[in-house]
Ligand binder design. Structure first.
Ligand SMILES: *Cc1c(COP(=O)(O)O)cnc(C)c1O
Length: 377
């Protein structure tokens, strides 16, 4: 009995909505299901504008264009993140300034941002790791004082909150992922969340290949034309239909994952109390979405041994990011500001355990008994 690390979410109603798309004979983007998803995000999360995109990578690229990032501009972000967080800005010619993370949440250390700001700094990109919020009040305050934009990489943070506000709706813009490894999915997909009205009109243009086609469809102009740079960032209606079935059930999906997360936390507490492992820390300001359950072990050597032991016992566990500043492209396009006290060390200790919608209590107990056995032997 093999326990996978992730299972892409399929509830059942997706196929019903996809069949509606087929009978509507409208497969391309911005049809009824894309609009339903956009409206769902706007109404439930309380943002000014939500635009479905083909991925979070593309939502980040749109945000970089909207932020008018120019060659030589600097963008501050953690090194402990996915490549797309950096790539979106590298594509516009930016220099990436990586800063260290906090060991408790694996999020960017908000106290290190100000020292990394120069005259060239244009934006701060907080990444809400594991769906646990960065310290957004501090980050927004720094941005305000220094006239910077904040673009949240909330790829993992859909449905999470910081002080009662949904992640992605706090910065000037936020980016969601609906990749199959995320809590809500359509295989490949994402959304750009716009919280500052200044960006809405241009976002619609960039997303529609640089044309004012969105205005044309609303009858606001009588023909559409090329007016700005842009690309094709609209997902197909098939993807939107799949996603809508999951957004409708977001509360249930969230509760199911939270239950699994809480079981892991409770059942692993004895090992943590014995000092064998560390459990994730959730700050009081944050309501998380159980995107991930990770433990931290002593060091890289112990993690490698534990992964192997879990694999032999048919449990799939995985480590996560190799810090970007130590990758070939990271060295070329960016640099680490300050000391790497935690990024490398903590990334080498972190191990992600299986979590997905529908993961059973008995499977969680099985995972934990394997980990228990590892530490007893
Ligand atoms: C998954 C992820 C992305 C990329 O999302 P895609 O939808 O696959 O493009 C970006 N940033 C973070 C932090 C992620 O976890």
């Amino acid at each position: 009995m093999n326990i996978p690390f992730n299972m892409p979410l399929i509830l059942g109603k997706e196929i019903y909505y996809i069949k509606q798309v087929l009978s509507n004979q409208k497969l391309s983007g911005d049809g009824p299901f894309t609009k339903k998803c956009n409206t769902w995000l706007e109404e439930n999360f309380g943002c000014k504008k939500a635009l479905l995109t083909t991925s979070c990578t593309h939502a980040l690229e749109m945000a970089a264009i909207l932020a008018k990032i120019q060659p030589g501009d600097e963008v501050i972000m953690p090194s402990y993140t996915f490549v797309s967080t950096a790539n979106a800005f590298v594509l516009r010619g930016a220099k990436i300034v990586f800063i260290d993370i906090r060991p408790d949440t694996m999020n960017m250390d908000e106290n290190l941002i100000e020292a990394a700001i120069t005259e060239k700094t244009k934006a701060i990109v907080p990444v809400h790791y594991a769906g646990v919020a960065c310290e957004m009040d501090t980050i927004m305050g720094i941005a305000r004082r220094n006239n910077l934009l904040v673009i949240e990489d909330a790829a993992q943070g859909v449905m999470s909150k910081y002080k009662g506000k949904y992640l992605g709706t706090i910065g000037h813009m936020g980016c969601f992922s609906f990749h199959e490894t995320k809590n809500y999915t359509c295989g490949e997909g994402g959304a750009l969340i716009i919280n500052d009205e200044r960006f809405i009109e241009r976002a619609e243009i960039i997303r529609e290949k640089g044309t004012n086609r969105s205005k044309f469809y609303r009858g606001q102009v009588d023909k559409y034309t090329w007016i700005d740079m842009g690309s094709s960032y609209l997902p197909s209606e098939l993807n939107a239909a799949y996603l809508y079935a999951q957004l409708e059930m977001a509360e249930d999906i969230n509760n199911n994952r939270i239950n699994s997360w809480n079981s892991y936390y409770e059942e692993l507490s004895p090992l943590a109390d014995m000092g064998k492992i560390e459990l994730p820390h959730i700050p009081e300001s944050c309501q998380h979405n159980a995107h991930m359950f990770y433990i931290k072990v002593r060091d890289l050597k112990e993690r490698t041994a534990l992964i192997e032991y879990l694999t032999v016992n048919e449990v799939n566990s995985v480590f996560h990011y190799i810090p970007l500043h130590s990758s070939p492209a990271g060295m070329k396009y960016g640099y680490f500001h300050g000391n790497d006290n935690f990024t490398t060390r903590e990334s080498e200790r972190l191990l992600r355990l299986p979590i997905y919608y529908g993961l059973g209590e008995s499977e969680i107990s099985d995972v934990i008994s394997v980990i228990d056995k590892f530490y007893k032997s």
